[in-house]
Structures are given as C-alpha cells and as structure tokens.
Design a protein around this ligand. Structure first.
Ligand SMILES: O=C(O)CCC(=O)C(=O)O
Ligand SMILES: [Fe+2]
Length: 289
C-alpha cells in the first residue's frame, strides 16, 4: 500500500483525524490531477462541513487549504485508465510501470534507436564537464557529486529536437514552452550523479534568481539514449526503486512541491561497465523563455 507508506512523511495533526478511506481517496484524486477545490466540492456534496473538509484535505495533501500551491492542478501523463500505451503526437508510447504517489511512470520506446544515435552524435562534440546550480548565488559550479559530462540543446534548435519535444509535450500534457532545453549527459565508467532533488531549494539564496525564469521545476523526464553494460540505474532511495537504463526508455516523476516529502530524491548510480547517455527534460511551472 504505497500511499500509506508515503503518508509516514506527512504528519497528520491530531486535531484533524483523517480516515484511511478519505486519505486514499484524496491521494488518488491528486494522482489524477483533480484540483483540490473540486475535491472540496465533492466532500461538501456528500455532507461534509466546509471547515472539516478543508482541514482534512489540507492534512492529507499537506498543503494549507486555499494556498496557491494547493489550488494548482498539475499536468502529467494520463495514467488514470491504466492504458498500456499513451498517444504522444507522432507515436504511441508504452507504459511499463506507473506509481501513484509520487506520480512516476516508466515508458518504453519513447525514442527510436535512430533518434538516440542522432542525439548522441549531435551532443558529443558539445560536451563539457557537468555543472550544478550554485545554490548560494544562482550561478553554476563543477560539483564532485556529478561526474558526468553534459550539454544543453536550445529548445527547438533542430528538427530532431523539435520533434522529440513535441512528443514529450503531448505525452506529459505539458506545454513545450514550459520545458527547459534538453540536457544530454554522458557518464563514463565510474561516473555517477549522487542522490539529489531537481527542484530549487527555497531555503537557498540563489533560488529567487532561478525562479524568475520559468518558476519552479515540477517534474523530470530522464530518457535513456543507450543501454549501459552494467550499472548506471536511476535510483530513488526514498521509494526503494531503481530504473534500469534501456535505450529509448524513460522515467518521468513529478514533485508537487519543493520538499523532501515528495520522495523525489533520485540519482544516477555509478556506471560499472560501458558508458551511459541520457537526455533530461525538466518541466517548469511557467513559460521558460
Ligand atoms: O543519471 C540519471 O539516471 C539521473 C539524472 C538526473 O538525475 C538528472 O538529470 O537530473
Ligand atoms: Fe536529477
């Protein structure tokens, strides 16, 4: 029962008793992107008092009632009907596994072998040692936790990039202009990306500068451009989940708030043999210019 485990990190106030039934219902609604306001109306319709309903939903969703964050329905792939494949502009993408909370899905055949090869070829001459955001200033720095090499494509910079971005936008129901440019990373033998969160930490001074361009990061899509011989899985320590890199596959996960309670901690485990190539698309709250 994933949602029960997940709730371990969401202390429910003693003043707001919440039944397992309500908790399950609200988490399921949230995983379907149902707006909290619509959840509130549904509870009122079956006889709840406004104050109790707001408090119970606030406790379960762990956002204060009526807060802007709690009121914002988030986009994401439509996993509600347990379909084996989802339409994604120019192709169907297979859903291999889906998780309710955090919203997470593994897709197969998102990219063709030719597209993976072409992305690697276009990225290779532009690789540089990966930087991470310098959280104190909003600048960038070389980081020992991230021993990959990487580059960013401009959004829409080539036919290939534009086609892939259109496919991702349709699959994830996330506007193209809310996405950062694709980032390609290459990990050689031994290289890794230690567990981290992709959102900008609100406690860090540099975050305000990052948020001015496109708002928060709300979700990540990691696409595998090759199949490493050994190692290199994407690991989610808080979920006990590892996703094995397979060429053309991808893992999507969403974090509704910039908070560890989203259990979106993840990292790229060390490559043990061969190399690992990925393309990452980060999805923003607003238009990313
Ligand atoms: O290498 C991986 O599997 C994870 C990459 C990652 O965390 C990122 O690009 O933000
Ligand atoms: Fe990441």
């Amino acid at each position: 029962m994933g949602y029960n485990q997940g709730m371990d990190n969401h202390p429910i106030s003693a003043a707001t008793p919440v039944s397992d039934e309500l908790r399950h219902w609200a988490m399921e609604q949230r995983s379907r992107n149902v707006d909290p306001e619509a959840m509130l109306q549904a509870l009122l319709a079956v006889g709840w008092q406004t104050e109790q309903a707001q408090a119970a939903l606030g406790a379960v969703l762990d956002t204060p009632p009526n807060s802007p964050a709690g009121a914002r329905p988030l986009p994401g792939p439509d996993l509600s009907a347990a379909r084996p494949a989802l339409p994604a502009a120019d192709r169907q993408v297979q859903v291999v596994v889906a998780m309710e909370y955090p919203p997470l899905a593994v897709f197969s055949q998102l990219l063709s072998a030719d597209e993976c090869t072409a992305l690697i070829a276009a990225a290779r001459p532009r690789l540089a040692r990966s930087l991470t955001v310098e959280t104190h200033t909003g600048g960038e720095q070389v980081n020992a936790d991230r021993t990959s090499e990487g580059m960013f494509f401009e959004r829409g910079e080539s036919d290939l990039v534009r086609q892939i971005e259109g496919r991702i936008a349709a699959l994830l129901r996330w506007p193209v202009d809310h996405g950062e440019g694709l980032q390609v990373l290459r990990y050689g033998p031994g290289a890794e990306y230690k567990p981290h969160y992709d959102y900008f930490d609100p406690r860090e001074a540099g975050t305000a500068a990052m948020l001015r361009r496109g708002g928060q990061r709300l979700a990540t899509l990691v696409m595998y451009l090759n199949t490493p011989e050994a190692g290199g899985a994407t690991a989610f320590p808080a979920l006990g989940l590892t996703v094995t890199p397979q060429r053309g596959n991808a893992v999507f996960f969403r974090y509704d708030r910039p908070h560890p309670n989203t259990r979106s901690l993840h990292g790229g485990a060390p490559v043990l043999a061969g190399e690992k190539w990925i393309a990452t698309k980060w999805l923003r709250e607003r238009t990313f210019e």
